[in-house]
Ligand binder design. Structure first.
Ligand SMILES: *Cc1c(COP(=O)(O)O)cnc(C)c1O
Length: 463
């Protein structure tokens, strides 16, 4: 029996979409000229499109479907919650069982110095919340001049105004006159892209010390916080050298600025520990979260707040004049609770760390031998391949992004969804991926690389 819910043809959906649906981060003219891919159903790590093609989803949707698609436990929990209480707000001294339970469950899995969560509906809202809350913190401890944020080039923290400003994406800044005032950017610890002439350890220290130099330049009494992703995701899965994070932590502590680890991608097991911060042994004061929080089943985000920050704000801050109509939405909390239950019961974090991550890493790193690959890197279940025109000189392709996009499309033609950021291929599969699916992921990526190499050779583009 065909249970796919599409009642119309692919072309019908594409036409409706082209006429009425404006997509995020999309050149609408370009999309409408070819028509959107229509995904109709999914199960485990597999998507099915409206033409019946099955695709292995090596991006977990958009870095979020950690427990995989088709989890009835989550669907049932959300349905039960919606029958009991589909909505109530958490303003005006009110709560509901799902919000209280989920907040407590998050505090349990959070690092021990973190015991509170502020609920939002997305990672962007989480970072806008961070921007306001961190400033309130310094007001509350009598240092109101500490207002400036230091962030990183090529970081991604979301699309709302403060989040896009904290992010370091030039294309986003250019389009609308961002960043807003009070946000400064330093270099990223992108060794392959920007530091290859140095030893990685040395480069990691150099980039970390840009933070210290920036604090000196701005004045320590002006700086509120440093924000960064433990591993930069959208920027191209940039895994910092081992020396980077300890030095950042040292500087934040010595110079008394807050450390904000944006855990939107790295949180909830992605790096083989519950938190990216754990993988890099840092102690953040604030941790924005989202994506893996509900496995994407219902939109949700939040900020995990350390005792250090919560204490003074609760004691002296009075009302925190911030919040969303849907903060702590019952359906999202139910989805989050069910997600955490699955992660615990199936010991997903342990499974990633002890089994799938090392298994995939061995195969993924072997792709580094391919003539088109300058570097293969992976941590937990988040990885990247750097495409190069010439492996001996590590020369990049002249038309930046074209080779990456072609390789991504060749992978898709074989039924594998990966992503390309410039000429960096990236993966972030569901945490439930099996060894067999890891095999297929690597095999199909390898085939796409081979095909691209053949095509480029025929075109005389490989020198
Ligand atoms: C996706 C992402 C965000 C933004 O989350 P949205 O839910 O899309 O608003 C913030 N930070 C990081 C690190 C992200 O990857």
């Amino acid at each position: 029996m065909n249970i796919t819910p599409n009642l119309r043809s692919t072309a019908d959906y594409q036409a409706m979409d082209a006429a009425h649906h404006w997509h995020p981060f999309t050149d609408t003219g370009e999309l409408n000229a070819k028509g959107a891919r229509v995904i109709t159903t999914a199960s485990g790590c597999w998507l099915t499109d409206s033409d019946g093609n099955r695709l292995l989803d090596a991006m977990a949707g958009l870095w979020c479907v950690n427990v995989g698609y088709g989890r009835d436990e989550i669907v049932e929990a959300v349905a039960r919650q919606m029958r009991a209480l589909p909505y109530y707000n958490t303003f005006f001294h009110t709560t509901h069982p799902a919000a209280a339970e989920f907040a407590a469950a998050l505090a349990e899995v959070a690092p021990s110095h973190i015991n509170r969560v502020f609920f939002t509906n997305s990672g962007s809202e989480a970072n806008d919340t961070v921007f306001r809350l961190a400033r309130v913190y310094w007001d509350c401890i009598g240092k109101p001049s500490k207002k400036v944020f230091i962030a990183r080039q090529n970081a991604y923290h979301g699309s709302t105004v403060a989040a896009a400003s904290l992010g370091g994406m030039d294309a986003m800044h250019k389009q609308s006159g961002l960043p807003i005032e009070g946000i400064h950017h330093i270099g990223q610890p992108y060794w392959f892209g920007e530091g290859r002439e140095m030893d990685p350890a040395e480069f990691g220290l150099k980039r970390a010390r840009e933070l210290e130099a920036e604090i000196d330049r701005l004045g320590e009494d002006k700086v509120c916080a440093f924000i960064a992703e433990p591993i930069q995701g959208a920027g191209g899965v940039i895994i910092p050298p081992a020396t980077y994070w300890p030095e950042i932590q040292r500087i934040c502590t010595a110079r008394d600025i807050l450390l904000v680890a944006d855990e939107v991608i790295c949180g909830f097991g992605r790096t083989g520990n519950w938190w990216g911060s754990e993988s890099f042994a840092i102690t953040p004061d604030l941790m924005p979260i989202a994506k893996g929080m509900t496995s994407g089943y219902v939109p949700m985000g939040g900020v995990l707040i350390s005792d250090r920050v919560a204490g003074p704000v609760i004691d002296k801050g009075g009302e925190f004049t911030h919040g969303y109509t849907y903060s702590g939405h019952p359906a999202a909390c139910a989805a989050g609770l069910a997600t955490l239950r699955i992660m615990r019961e199936e010991r997903l974090v342990e499974r990633v760390r002890g089994d799938t991550a090392p298994y995939l890493a061995a195969k993924w790193e072997a792709l580094g031998d391919h003539p088109l690959v300058g570097e293969a890197r992976i941590r937990g279940l988040i990885g990247a391949l750097e495409l190069v025109r010439d492996k001996t000189t590590m020369e990049r392709f002249p038309d930046e992004g074209a080779a990456g996009a072609r390789c991504r499309d060749l992978a898709l033609a074989q039924g594998l969804v990966i992503r390309a950021t410039r000429d960096t291929l990236i993966i972030s599969p569901p945490l439930v991926i099996s060894r067999e699916e890891c095999d297929l992921l690597v095999e199909r990526t390898g085939k796409a690389l081979d095909q691209l190499a053949d095509e480029l050779t025929r075109e005389g583009a490989l020198g």
